[in-house]
Design a protein around this ligand. Structure first.
Ligand SMILES: O=C(O)Cc1cc(O)ccc1O
Ligand SMILES: [Fe+2]
Length: 437
């Protein structure tokens, strides 16, 4: 399937599948062409300031209200929403997990969503949740929208295709997608199996970070974000709609596909991004900068510089710093760090953090390179070194991340994770040289 995308971040896009199906010069003509219904999808309050005002106009076969019959409650027991406190007995700690096993029974993207952490409060529209998805079945007649959050999806293994009401996005591992709050979609797994990570962002939408003195280029460049062109199906067969709303799930049946948008325009739309197009900027003489230098997208909170959630990556790059301990320093952080590994190895952890795995370093819990990583980096010859074939990421939030029972009970939780620091030796011996024996 060849898919077409429109470049740009937050653009005012326009796209139509049939000639003349998109009204020009107005949003709501008396009789839109092709007998379509005009519908506005608002992603911000009507009165949001211009820079933050997001809405799209959708021209569809039936208005969405015809997609809503009376709902029944539905259950997705592994998909949790903040606040979700204390449903396990595990004490505080630094945690790391190997990849969870693929389910043996047929499992679609919704059934395969497993929440690892929740933070903040979805009803207060702040905070986030970290999930892993494990899918081995495409959704065919089932469709979904999430009223609680926009969803940032990080593909780790297997292609994953989001057939949305505004067009089709397909990801290969190493790509991400952002699906706005309220967008209707179904999820297909063209390779038969897919695994990856999801950040549900309950707060203000992800946007590009300011670059400050870096200037007008590098990091994530706007043109590398891709929004799908319009696509629709005119399918008069039974379909189901699942809604996530304030942490609960609801389902209804309708007699046709809700993916019936023939044309649309506006700036509230899904998009994808290939992480390999991120242009990293770093220290080219000495020291290790804060990881915020690798922020792809940031979802602000009300407080300046204090993200509801940042999406940060650790891409392939050259390390050139002189007289520098090059891996991450040891640190304690008021922000809470959930990490995943898409491929390769992460430079702070030589072993134990594997692709498809996860780690959680919560508010103020100390962490940093393992003993082997420290030894190696402290003695390494500081010639230019390229970190190749690697891609780790972090969901970093101002809110403490509460573990779910699923995460606490997961059989791939590494009981011995904190032992990775136990072999760090005392080097202090009262002399300026220290003891490096
Ligand atoms: O903890 C981690 O591995 C993530 C991280 C990386 C880095 O380069 C600096 C700080 C930080 O939290
Ligand atoms: Fe960290």
């Amino acid at each position: 399937m060849t898919l077409s995308y429109m470049p740009g971040f937050g653009n005012d896009f326009e796209t139509e599948t049939l000639p003349g199906s998109l009204p020009q010069g107005r949003n709501s003509p008396q009789r839109p062409a092709y007998g379509l219904y005009a519908e506005q999808l608002s992603g911000s309050p009507f009165t949001a300031p211009r820079g933050a005002n997001e809405r799209s106009w959708l021209y569809r076969i039936r208005p969405s209200v015809k997609h809503h019959r009376r709902f029944r409650r539905a259950e997705f027991p592994n998909w949790k929403t903040a606040p979700n406190m204390g449903d396990h007995e595990l004490a505080l700690g630094q945690y790391r997990w190997d990849p969870p096993p693929m389910p043996s029974e047929p499992t679609d993207f919704l059934q395969g969503m497993r929440t690892m952490t929740t933070a903040g409060d979805a009803l207060g529209q702040s905070g986030m949740a970290s999930h892993i998805y494990l899918a081995n079945r495409s959704m065919t007649d089932d469709h979904f929208f999430n009223a609680d959050a926009e969803m940032l999806v990080v593909a780790q293994t297997g292609r994953i295709r989001f057939v949305t009401e505004m067009g089709i996005i397909e990801l290969v591992p190493g790509e991400i997608a952002v699906l706005p709050r309220g967008l209707m979609f179904r999820v297909e797994v063209p390779d038969g199996e897919a695994r990856g990570y999801v950040c549900e962002n309950y707060g203000a939408k992800f946007t590009l970070p300011n670059r400050g003195p870096i200037g007008a280029n590098c990091l994530a460049n706007p043109r590398d974000f891709k929004t799908p062109v319009a696509w629709f199906e005119d399918k008069e067969t039974p379909c189901r709609i699942v809604v996530k709303w304030c942490g609960s799930f609801h389902v209804t049946e309708i007699g046709h596909s809700p993916l019936d948008v023939v044309a649309w325009h506006g700036n509230y739309a899904p998009y994808k991004y290939d992480l390999s197009t991120f242009s990293p900027v770093g220290a080219i003489l000495f020291d290790h900068p804060d990881p915020s230098i690798f922020t792809v997208l940031t979802a602000p909170s009300g407080e300046e510089g204090t993200a509801n959630v940042d999406f940060v990556i650790f891409p392939p790059r050259w390390l050139v710093a002189e007289d520098t301990f090059r891996p991450p320093w040891y640190h304690r952080n008021v922000m809470s760090e959930f990490m995943g590994l898409i491929r390769g190895r992460y430079d702070a952890k030589e072993t134990g953090f594997v692709p498809g795995g996860m780690s959680l370093h919560n508010m103020m819990l100390a962490h940093g390179p393992d003993a082997e990583g420290f030894e190696k980096a402290s003695r390494a010859e500081l010639k230019p070194v390229k970190l190749e074939d690697t891609m780790a990421f972090m969901f970093e939030t101002r809110f403490p991340q509460m573990l779910t029972r699923y995460a606490a009970d997961l059989e791939t939780l590494q009981e011995d994770y904190i032992d990775c620091w136990s072999r760090l030796k005392k080097r202090f011996n009262g002399t300026p040289e220290g003891d490096w024996s």
